[in-house]
Design a protein around this ligand. Structure first.
Ligand code: GFB
Length: 323
């Protein structure tokens, strides 16, 4: 443990995603000179022989395992096979190759959906495997739970220093704004933005009664490096803000920022999903890390990023692929 050598070879698996791109930005900002990445064309992370070959050729010292097939409530419930298969395979291949090549330390990233649907709030790390999962994302959750157990098993049997972090719902620059597959925050940002042009009401899914906690991805990236440098335990660690709000309040906040005159209509035929999933972050706080980006500030800066990087490409299109 302790500060990582800034010249160490650090592999970020999933560097094109919301989390991976934030981790790369943060590592570069912190002075890392040897950040390794590989595109999907270079290495299919679901293929053990490709992954093992890449690890043997590139010999990373540290690994941030933040790759995965991810998406919002609709994508999770309509593409269960992809969500369970891709994630199980990616976790398995990367963890195994890291052990084979003697990686010094690996951080695996899970999700707050690993906890039971009816877990006591806020949810402590000990709530894992104490009850049934939320059905809209159980496939993804099972793969993420398997990832935690994989790291623990490799620690137990082979002595690998592999740790796990469980983030709450994330948002920020580099998010996916596709309305079919995205999470709620980027989806609503895009819907309110488009309503400025069309003048149509904005359709928000569910009843608005569900509560969610949102963490800016730059805060998550900072927490990931912090855990790499300050934590080497067997148990997973929650990463969140400790504050949540209803989807109704979230929709009104985004409306204020993007298009204050918009009318909201609720589509109760869409699921609310889990009623609440607020993380208890006292373990991480006790380790000495806390987030710094307020939700409203984070939404404003993410909207600016959307205007600068995504908006132009969307004009006239009804649906776009993940950014
Ligand atoms: O962000 P979201 O898709 O994921 O949905 P989950 C959160 C809440 O926002 C739900 C509502 O109650 C949705 O019904 N919502 C309202 C919307 N309008 C929209 C919209 O336009 N798009 C979307 N996507 N939601 C995911 C899990 O759950 O969270 C994953 O499926 C993962 O496994 C991820 O854990 C962090 O928070 O419900």
């Amino acid at each position: 443990m302790g500060q990582l050598d800034r010249d160490a070879r650090v592999y970020v698996a999933g560097h094109r995603g919301l989390v991976g791109s934030a981790v790369v930005r943060h590592l570069e900002h912190e002075g890392f000179t040897n950040v390794l990445t590989a595109t999907r064309d270079q290495v299919d992370l679901r293929d053990q022989s490709e992954v093992s070959h890449w690890f043997k050729a590139n010999r990373p010292d540290y690994v941030f395992l933040v790759a995965g097939t991810v998406g919002g409530i609709l994508a999770n419930s309509s593409r269960p096979a992809e969500f369970i298969y891709d994630n199980l395979m990616i976790h398995g291949t990367v963890v195994h190759a890291a052990k084979e090549t003697g990686v010094d330390k690996l951080l695996y990233l899970g999700s707050s959906c690993i906890y039971p649907r009816d877990a006591d709030q806020p949810m402590t790390e000990e709530a894992l495997l104490t009850g049934p999962l939320e059905p809209t994302n159980e496939w993804y959750a099972v793969a993420k739970i398997a990832g935690i157990k994989l790291c623990q098993a490799y620690r137990r049997q082979y002595g690998c220093d592999f740790i796990s972090a469980m983030p709450t719902n994330l948002y920020g620059p580099g998010d996916n704004f596709d309305l079919e597959s995205s999470h709620v925050l980027p989806a609503l940002m895009r819907k309110f933005h488009e309503a400025k042009r069309t003048g149509d009401p904005v359709e928000v899914w569910g009843t608005g009664a569900a509560y969610r906690e949102f963490l800016h991805v730059d805060d998550l990236a900072s927490a990931c490096l912090y855990l790499m440098e300050h934590y080497d335990g067997d148990g997973h660690i929650n990463v969140g803000t400790g504050v949540d709000l209803s989807i109704r309040d979230l929709a009104e906040t985004i409306r204020d920022i993007v298009h204050p005159d918009a009318e909201i209509v609720w589509d109760a035929s869409k699921p609310d999903g889990t009623p609440r999933k607020l993380l208890d972050t006292s373990k991480l706080t006790a380790l000495g890390w806390s987030p710094s980006i307020e939700l409203r500030d984070g939404i404003e800066s993410t909207y600016q990023w959307f205007l600068d990087h995504v908006e132009g490409g969307l004009r006239g299109a009804s649906s776009v692929a993940a950014v």
